[in-house]
Design a protein around this ligand. Sequence first.
Ligand code: ZN
Length: 232
Amino acid sequence: MPGATRVGTRAPVVDHGPRTGDKVALTFDADMTDGMLASLRAGRVKSYANLRILDLLERERVPATFFLTGKWVQRYPDVTRRIAGNPRFELANHTYGHAAFTADCYDLPRLAVDELAGDVAKTFTVMEPYGGRQTRYFRFPGLCHDPAALDALAPLGVTVVDGDVVSGDPFATAWKPLVRAVLDKVRPGSVVIMHVTEANAAMTDEALPHILAGLRERDLVPAPLSEVLAAG
Ligand SMILES: [Zn+2]
């Protein structure tokens, strides 16, 4: 399976693939916390699943990789089925409830070190029944990790994926800065970090067509993460 590593060794961390060729990975995180679930239940927020992003990727036949939290999958089973049913989309792991794995990770509540492996394993258990292109790629909330967090994942045989192009889409209020942030930094082998969480990343779907056009101008081709990391 893509991203699978030897069980019992410290999880490797990758930022990007080889700088040769023309492939780049578009990755979309699907965060979900108890606070976000409460906002949905109270009607303060309409959706944390940006279907306009899926519509566009499907219409343009663009490959992408989705880092899903377990709670997002449980809240959006139909959207998860839609992602898993697309042969161009890969599924990856973004923890169960988007808690921090280190101290001082934005304002996220923190899990104890002995809870980390169980949290990530539980997320795989939630995701796996959906099938599709499952992977052993994992991304930490807020990209926050330290040696203890990496060691805690050793029993799972995963590859940790950070990324080298941060779009800055969480809580963005305009789409142009996102386009600029991505196109200024993107290169062959890049892993671009975006979010599919709509209410918390409301400009991403507006930026995406411009990002795709900019990639075409640069002769860069979106590909599933496994293909970008494996390309030589
Ligand atoms: Zn996240």
